[in-house]
Design a binder for this molecule. Structure first.
Ligand code: 13P
Ligand code: SF4
Length: 314
């Protein structure tokens, strides 16, 4: 951060960001796990699926994504002619890097008729060897719609387990991977939160372990959790996903109360982006070359098939 941005107030920086976006024809897309001051200047904030839909629809020539790398890659796959930047170029989802394309190729050699369903939290390179992508909000619907009885679901074993429960007529093979943040939540965390807030409904993301999901009152994607909490008649909620969701809900519904299931639910990669990074990129102080998303034509072609299938079936 430069001295100049360091002396600006948050409101000054936000106003300058809004102006620069207009002047430079930039659409700012922020995942809902991003900090409040970033979500406030976004043209659109939402879950992974909503961001990919908005990336495809946005009329602007440049997309600036605040989130993690696979989200910016997905935006680029959907809008190959646009310039796409990931505001914090080192922000990656550790789960997206857990399997190599080689591991999937080996599985496919042994099971040539089994489609590979990839959670969108995967690298573009891994998507090139998969058949269809899903997000947490579309996984159940898409797996149900596939004609094959057996599938491989990667990389999130917890989400795969949840989909298996919701679609019991399928046989779902899983590789042992998952989100280090959601995957570390335990039933003991639920007990502790429920002792502190008795009778309060628990809303969780399906990346949480099955033992935690089994205790929840509602299971859904980031946006589904927010929508449920906003519409519900309940006045208080325990939020079992990244801590920003409880914070945004508190701003959106000041008359209700939102408690994080545990304060350990913080994704360092999602929190790597600061408002000053957004400012720096737009003002030209940041390293645009490092932030720009580029992929070779073959990766784009093969990875895009999975994303197109996701949009078609989702
Ligand atoms: P959503 O699909 O709910 O946006 O989740 C993305 C993610 O990274 C969850 O940890
Ligand atoms: Fe990846 Fe988990 Fe962070 Fe989501 S919360 S971006 S799945 S590490």
């Amino acid at each position: 951060m430069s001295h100049m941005t360091g002396r600006r107030t948050i409101a000054d920086m936000q106003e300058a960001i809004r102006r620069m976006k207009r002047e430079q024809d930039v659409c700012l897309l922020a995942h809902s796990y991003e900090a409040r001051e970033i979500v406030e200047v976004a043209d659109y904030a939402g879950d992974s699926f909503q961001l990919s839909v908005m990336a495809a629809k946005a009329p602007q020539q440049t997309l600036l994504l605040c989130g993690v790398r696979f989200m910016a890659e997905t935006a680029k796959l959907l809008s190959p002619d646009k310039t796409v930047y990931l505001t914090s170029p080192t922000a990656g989802c550790p789960m997206a890097e857990q399997f190599s394309p080689e591991a999937v190729r080996r599985y496919k050699q042994e099971h040539p008729d089994v489609p590979v369903v990839a959670y969108v939290n995967t690298t573009a390179a891994l998507k090139t060897v998969c058949d269809v992508c899903v997000t947490s909000s579309s996984a159940v619907k898409i797996v149900r719609a596939l004609p094959q009885k057996r599938i491989l679901f990667i990389p999130d074993g917890n989400l795969g387990h949840y989909v298996q429960q919701m679609v019991p007529d399928k046989v779902i093979d899983l590789f042992p991977g998952g989100c280090p943040i959601h995957g570390a939540v335990t039933p003991a965390d639920v007990d502790k939160a429920r002792s502190a807030h008795p009778g309060v409904p628990l809303l969780v993301h399906p990346e949480c372990p099955p033992a935690v999901v089994a205790l929840a009152d509602f299971v859904g994607s980031t946006s589904a959790i927010m929508e449920y909490a906003k519409k519900s008649d309940a006045r208080e909620f325990l939020i079992g996903t990244e801590i920003s969701i409880a914070e945004h809900l508190q701003y959106d519904c000041p008359e209700k109360r939102f408690y994080p299931l545990t304060v350990r639910l913080i994704c360092p990669d999602m929190k790597a982006t600061t408002l000053a990074d957004v400012y720096a990129l737009l003002s030209g102080e940041g390293d645009r070359a490092a932030a720009q998303i580029t992929m070779d034509a073959e990766t784009m072609r093969l990875a895009r098939r999975c994303i197109d299938e996701m949009i078609r079936l989702g």
